[in-house]
Ligand binder design. Structure first.
Ligand code: K1U
Ligand code: ZN
Length: 178
């Protein structure tokens, strides 16, 4: 397994529309393992293949709430979404202070549908359909945006986007000078 470099804005490769995945091969499964390792190391709760320079429709997510462990605590819940599609977004929306590993350490409130009915394939190629809500719904929509070359910045007003990008440049300058 390997930790892969994550592309950061303004890299034009983040703006590509990704191609559907055909057969789920061992090569794809190896990429999935690397993406989980990269996501957990970052750390993050989601990662799209586009962010690690693989322009294909694949994303991984772990927003927790897996089966409780021996102490009754919620645990990891790694999930793979191949060729995900939103079938039905809810009319109700929710606002979440989103981050993005391609826009490091910058956060902004984004409004999206609160629930989505989605269809996707898993790492075995099995088709699933289900409703995601809460953080899982927000994260799935954020990651599907990546597969379409869209960043959470694109959901902000021009002014908010410009302010956030200025903050990012300042943080990068300070880091380079340190
Ligand atoms: O796609 C990405 O860039 C990953 C992104 C996913 C995401 C976060 C918030 C809302 C929607 C989608 C991140 O994981 S940013 C980091 C983050 O949110 C986080 C990091 C450590 C602990 C908890 C959250
Ligand atoms: Zn992101």
């Amino acid at each position: 397994m390997a930790i892969l470099p994550i592309l950061e804005v303004p890299d034009p490769r983040l703006r590509r529309v990704c191609a559907p995945v055909g057969e789920v091969t061992d090569e794809i499964r190896a990429l999935i393992a690397d993406m989980f390792e990269t996501m957990y190391a970052a750390p993050g709760i989601g990662l799209a293949a586009a962010q690690v320079d693989r322009p294909i429709r694949l994303l991984v997510m772990d927003v927790g709430d897996g089966p409780p462990d021996a102490e009754g605590r919620g645990t990891a819940n790694p999930r793979v979404f191949i060729n995900p599609e939103i079938l039905e977004p809810s009319a109700e929306t929710r606002v979440f202070n989103e981050g993005c590993l391609s826009v490091p350490e910058q956060y902004a409130e984004v409004e999206r549908p609160a629930r989505v009915r989605a269809r996707w394939r898993d790492a075995e190629g099995v088709v699933h359909e289900g409703v995601l809500e809460g953080l899982a719904a927000t994260c799935l929509q954020h990651e599907i945006d990546h597969l379409n070359g869209v960043l959470f910045l694109d959901h902000l007003s021009r002014l908010k986007r410009a302010m956030l990008l200025r903050k990012l440049e300042k943080a990068r300058r300070e880091k380079a000078a340190a």
